[in-house]
Design a protein around this ligand. Structure first.
Ligand SMILES: CC(C)(COP(=O)(O)OP(=O)(O)OC[C@H]1O[C@@H](n2cnc3c(N)ncnc32)[C@H](O)[C@@H]1OP(=O)(O)O)[C@@H](O)C(=O)NCCC(=O)NCCS
Length: 175
């Protein structure tokens, strides 16, 4: 099955596959990468594979988080994409990339493609982004994508800043 969701100038976003398991394991093994995520590393590549096999967002909503690859070399860089929370009844944009490729605009490039798909293909009215207040890089990416501050809240002992963008704002921002 074709896993490709979208190509950007430098990247290709694909649905998760067990072929990503080793890369996903490596990504989550870097404490700097997980620092502001609230997540724990996978115990093994096998556990990453199990997570990917159990991933249901695509079946339920069409969209989900997607694996990010370099277009030129097909190198696995991490993930970026949407996630629908039934509890919150909203879709959020999330991203996590290998530390060695930070600072080159990849999260912004991938995030833009995800917002466009969320609004145009899946008809979402609003997409949110959440980050810890200390996660300046992540908040900056959300801001660069046109999101604006919405609120702050505590969940499971973690403080989150929530930013968001509505479909009409997205259209105006990129006109
Ligand atoms: C957040 C993350 C995906 C950003 O990826 P990236 O490809 O480096 O992002 P971009 O290059 O598109 O943009 C990063 C922006 O943040 C800025 N930035 C980076 N570190 C910063 C810091 N410590 N303080 C302020 N701004 C910072 C960069 O300068 C850039 O902004 P600019 O274009 O105005 O200069 C990456 O840092 C990451 O994977 N972090 C760990 C996972 C994570 O925290 N994910 C979010 C969880 S909610």
């Amino acid at each position: 099955m074709d896993r490709v969701v979208v190509k950007t100038p430098r990247l290709v976003l694909k649905r998760f596959s067990i072929r990503d398991a080793a890369g996903f394991f490596e990504l989550n093994s870097d404490p700097e990468v997980l620092r502001f995520s609230g997540d724990l590393p996978f115990a093994s590549i096998k556990e990453a594979r199990t997570f990917i096999r159990a991933y249901r967002q695509y079946d339920l909503y069409g969209f989900g988080r997607w694996s990010v690859y370099l277009l030129d070399t097909n190198e696995y860089l991490g993930f970026c994409g949407l996630n629908f929370s039934t509890a919150k009844q909203e879709a959020d944009l999330g991203f996590r990339l290998m530390r060695r490729v930070w600072g080159q605009g990849f999260a912004t490039e991938a995030g833009f493609a995800c917002l466009r798909i969320g609004f145009s293909k899946y008809g979402l009215e609003k997409i949110v982004g959440r980050a810890m207040p200390e996660n300046a890089a992540s908040l900056r990416v959300l801001q660069k994508l046109g999101m604006t501050y919405e609120k702050e809240f505590d969940e499971d002992g973690i403080r989150w800043v929530q930013m968001s963008i509505r479909r009409d704002e997205f259209g105006n921002f990129y006109e």
